[in-house]
Write a protein that binds this ligand. Structure first.
Ligand code: GLN
Length: 201
């Protein structure tokens, strides 16, 4: 049976667990290195990346997650995407593994949070007839953007102004927004599809 871990140090881990439960998938909260044993994939939730950095370090999770991410599907949402980026501007990487540069809090104070419809053609791989081609409701909360993608990184979605908000590099998935805060399960199903496709691992 597939079990997906959700890093549960801080931030929106419960919403990810709830969505996976709705999809009939077993989940496990990851708070210590041992919690990674036997997992098929891992989600890094949104929250505050500086807090996640501090707690992951305190809990001895930096190296174990880094190692896990080299061989298993992993998905970072918002602060989780920041945690996967190899380049966070002036800051040292947290886990790294995704060949991108991100800019934190890219939307400034005026537009702290917003929702917008984006097109994500990749989701058609798992979409039902009704869902196919329909936009995805993307919820942004003090979100980062991907400023630069390096070799091997595929852009999955951009905003209308061209800014990159979803990427994939093999078995590593990153979204600047929060699919777990919507009713649309496509991104979670897409991640499960990655977990179940050994070719990507
Ligand atoms: N602004 C947060 C950070 O820089 C991310 C916000 C979020 O995850 N919703 O870590």
């Amino acid at each position: 049976m597939t079990t997906i871990g959700v890093l549960a140090l801080q931030g929106g881990f419960r919403e990810h667990e709830e969505m996976l439960a709705r999809l009939g998938v077993a989940t496990r909260k990851v708070r210590r290195a041992e919690d990674l044993d036997g997992l098929d994939g891992l989600i890094l939730p949104g929250g505050e990346s500086t807090t996640i950095r501090r707690l992951a370090s305190l809990h001895g999770l930096i190296e174990p997650v880094r190692t896990f991410a080299q061989t298993h599907p992993i998905w970072g949402t918002c602060a989780g995407l920041i945690a996967l980026a190899n380049d966070i501007g002036g800051e040292a990487p947290i886990f790294g593994g995704l060949n991108i540069r991100v800019q934190r809090n890219a939307f400034g104070r005026q537009v702290d949070s917003f929702e917008t419809a984006i097109t994500v053609p990749t989701l058609d791989a798992i979409a039902s007839e009704d869902e196919r081609g329909t936009p995805f409701p993307a919820v942004f909360i003090r979100a980062p953007v991907v400023e630069h993608v390096g070799e091997g990184v595929e852009v999955l979605a951009t905003l209308e102004d061209g800014r990159i908000v979803a990427v994939q590099q093999g078995h590593v998935l990153g979204t600047a927004f929060h699919p777990e805060l919507t009713e649309d399960t496509r991104f979670h199903r897409y991640f499960l599809h990655m977990v179940q496709s050994p070719a990507l691992a």
